[in-house]
Design a protein around this ligand. Sequence first.
Ligand code: 3BD
Length: 329
Amino acid sequence: MDKEAARKRIEELRALLHYHNYRYYVLDQPEISDAEYDRMLRELISLEQQYPEFITPDSPSQRVGGEVAKEFREVAHLKPMYSLDNAFGPEDLREFDRRVRSLLPGQEVEYEVELKIDGLAISLVYENGVLVRGATRGNGTTGEDITANVKTIKAIPLKLRKPIPLLEVRGEAYMPKESFARLNEQREERGEPLFANPRNAAAGSLRQLDPKVTAERDLSAFMYAIGEVQGYEPKTQAELMEWLLELGFKVNPYREVFNNIEDVINYCQSWHDKRFSLPYVIDGLVIKVNSLAQQEILGYTAKSPRWAIAYKFPAEIAETRLKDIIVRV
Ligand SMILES: CC(C)(C)c1nc(N2CCN(c3ncccn3)CC2)c2cc(C(N)=O)c(N)nc2n1
């Protein structure tokens, strides 16, 4: 195959692999078999080896990282990543609603409600639609540069489906329950210490200095917010989530909009038992004022937005039978 034909074939394979990666890891609706996907990836890698001048950072071949890092560089987020206040029950949510409405006198208020994925918060930066940086949340102002590691997460697009000059997007990297169980089985066999829960396993896997180890850990990610952005002005949180989906991000499907806090409370409580049937761990729900204009008016305290709150499930208090409590007299 001559150089020009190779360049065309490389471009064609890249588009095909990006598309099928999106179908499989973002939409969970694969159209081809793994074997077919792997065959195309092997063809791309061998063509890129023959013509290395055609390799680009967003090529599917660039997912599994290069060399092992010595340590993680510290990077500054383009916009701060805030914390969330917590609500531990319905009364806390009513209090949140009263405060929001008192700051928005006479206005209708809608709440957009999302599941709260129990993983590790990350921030991704895309320049002209290409992933250029991934970082941990860190202290909210600076985080660790884990670009090579986030590139191994198949649910994270290396290139967006629509062009946009600049986008900083935030989400939660997580390890599915199945992958967590398999990983701990493997570690048990090797006599290695087990991870206590999927969140620790995800954090441990993302903070690997060797991206090849991260690549084996079957991580995924749901995106849910933007930081710095040029070229898009969403009106509501619900619209923002649809836009992230169109760009090619994985976005959690269980999100609802309500116009009163009692419906929010019922929805949150309905997930208390349903959550155990999910293939990933959630530790609550996140309630956000839907209108971005109202978010702007409400603003932030020193550490968290006034327009959002995390509803935490009551911790599973193991019912301790009285006879199991040894009372020393
Ligand atoms: C953009 C805002 C601030 C409203 C926001 N912040 C979040 N978090 C902040 C606190 N975070 C945090 N992490 C570590 C230490 C302190 N805070 C962890 C992410 C959200 C987390 C989830 C989720 N987990 O599924 C979500 N659907 N929406 C979020 N939305």
